[in-house]
Write a protein that binds this ligand. Structure first.
Ligand code: ASP
Length: 344
């Protein structure tokens, strides 16, 4: 395990005798032009992806087609089932797993897998911003760097990682921050955990995992609790908040700034918080919600006093997944609040 006091915690050449399992879920990395409208759709198999990457054959790589979907169509159930496959691969003695998928939901799927996955075997999510046959396709280089990371003993015990553009991110921090750029993934709160350089993993700091927070649902097909996000904006009257207690098991508010909503939202949020857990996150995407600075109506102090739960530095999308996973595990409000406190 890395020494927390040392800023550069490791650097080692890839060990090519290590076994890597590639689980392919679809996404742009597997997309080719097929549709009548001229767009791309996921067509390539996991072994198509592996065969196309020079250097990958040097590892002992096997590929499985787990799903063949755009990122937007993946579900919580898919990721629960994927996590069961990860735990099984760990038991089988696989050295590391690469998950290839659409970048649209990669920051969410990897975080959900990180909440559930308890093993030490490296698990690395990757994808591509450019489809397989486009000029400058980034998929092959991303897949190679992801496999080098998954094969690296230095990645053991680091939780679920995300590798794109030779940067290694913790799933807990990573966000997609551009719609088209190949450099779309960043960890704005913490910076990347490390880099892949000349095929070797260099980690700059420790991701501080929160292991074993949440029990993995036994049945991936069971219906997950309905949890959704409502975003605050200037002058909004909060019309979307009405009747939510009948539709949702939990709500995340993507608030303005450090955790603020228009004062017109306050009565409705107060009523909702007596019925279902309501989590206060920020729509900004970087930085935590505050807990003790502002006290105007609709401020963080006001809303937390009215029973909302602070999301810490989790963005609304990751907060929604943590809340949903807690509810699926049967957690009551104090346990939910405690889970969020750990991410503060
Ligand atoms: N733009 C997406 C991607 O990069 C499409 C998807 O998420 O499937 O993979």
């Amino acid at each position: 395990m890395p020494d927390k006091k040392d800023p550069i915690v490791c650097s080692a050449a890839p060990d090519q005798r290590r076994t890597v399992l590639v689980l392919a879920l679809g996404g742009t990395i597997a997309m080719t032009p097929t549709s009548a409208q001229g767009g791309v759709t996921p067509t390539l198999t996991g072994s198509d992806l592996v065969t196309a990457v020079p250097g990958l054959q040097d590892f002992e790589v096997t590929a499985e087609d787990f799903r063949r979907l755009p990122g937007a169509s993946l579900t919580t159930g898919d990721i629960v089932e994927l996590t069961h496959r990860l735990e099984q691969a760990d038991r089988e003695g696989v050295h590391g797993v690469v998950v290839t998928q659409g970048t649209d939901t990669l920051e969410e799927t990897s975080f959900l897998a990180d909440l559930y996955y308890r093993g030490d075997m490296p698990v690395v999510f990757t994808g591509a911003m450019r489809s397989a046959f486009s000029a400058g396709a980034d998929g092959p280089a991303n897949l190679l760097a992801a496999a080098q990371t998954a094969a690296s003993p230095q990645a053991n015990g680091q939780g679920v990682l995300v590798v794109l553009g030779d940067q290694i991110h913790a799933a807990r921090h990573v966000r997609k921050m551009h719609t088209t750029s190949p450099a779309a993934f960043h960890s704005p709160e913490s910076g990347p955990l490390g880099h892949v350089i000349e095929g070797a993993v260099r980690l700059h700091h420790d991701p501080s995992r929160h292991i074993g927070l949440i029990a993995l649902p036994v049945n991936p097909a069971s219906r997950p609790p309905e949890v959704d996000i409502v975003t605050a904006s200037m002058g909004s009257t909060g019309v979307l908040l009405h009747g939510l207690e009948k539709k949702l098991s939990g709500l995340v508010v993507a608030a303005l700034g450090a955790g603020h909503v228009p004062d017109t939202w306050v009565p409705r949020l107060t009523a909702l918080a007596t019925e279902i857990p309501v989590v206060l996150a920020s729509r900004i995407g970087t930085g935590p919600v505050l807990t003790s600075t502002y006290s105007f109506p609709g401020s963080e102090i006001d809303l937390l006093d009215r029973g909302l739960i602070a999301a810490g530095s989790l963005d609304p999308y990751k907060a929604r997944l943590l809340l949903g996973a807690q509810l699926a595990a049967g957690a009551a409000r104090p346990e939910i609040a405690e889970a969020f406190r750990r991410y503060a």
